[in-house]
Design a protein around this ligand. Sequence first.
Ligand code: CU
Length: 198
Amino acid sequence: MQTIDMSSNPSCVAEHKSRPPVHAQTIVVNPNHTLRNAFVWIKDGLPAAHWTPPAQTVELTQNGCIYEPHVAGIMVGQTLEIVNDDPINHNVHANSKINAPWNIAQAPKAEHKFRKFASPEVLFAMTCSVHPWMNSYIGVVPHPFFSVTGDDGAFRLQGVPPGTYTIEVVQEKLGKKDGTLTLPPSGTASIDFTYGSQ
Ligand SMILES: [Cu+2]
């Protein structure tokens, strides 16, 4: 991925004086040729149930004019906690379509902001109205069975009841794929997804 050019904003550049160059995270390929930052969730097949969101917040931090993490999952009704660690203004814009979109300014080192999402929505972009290179993605899920692939390309969904499920993976640039997975009454099951030529 290309190095992000922050030269239009010296304050952002200053934040990176002692850091390595920052690259766009549109597609991040791990050393083992797997994809990082792919969002994986159970799209269909769960029994009808109300899943209570955890009290723990999901944090989205603006640090050096970059969002961290780049991709996050959150449950319907769970709190997103937005943090500005930078000495400059940011403006967080949730580009959601099912949930009402919002746009909030956050001053340097300001108090944290808190937002919740009322409806499932996988996946939408968070952008910054001040810094065009800033983006991250959020998946809002009605249950706790979601994951974001890490530096080994793997995902793990734990505590899933036995059943047959549609598992969907969503990558911001490469799009969506799904597959069917049957989980036996005890034990585990696995599914692989591949993008590009095979
Ligand atoms: Cu910004």
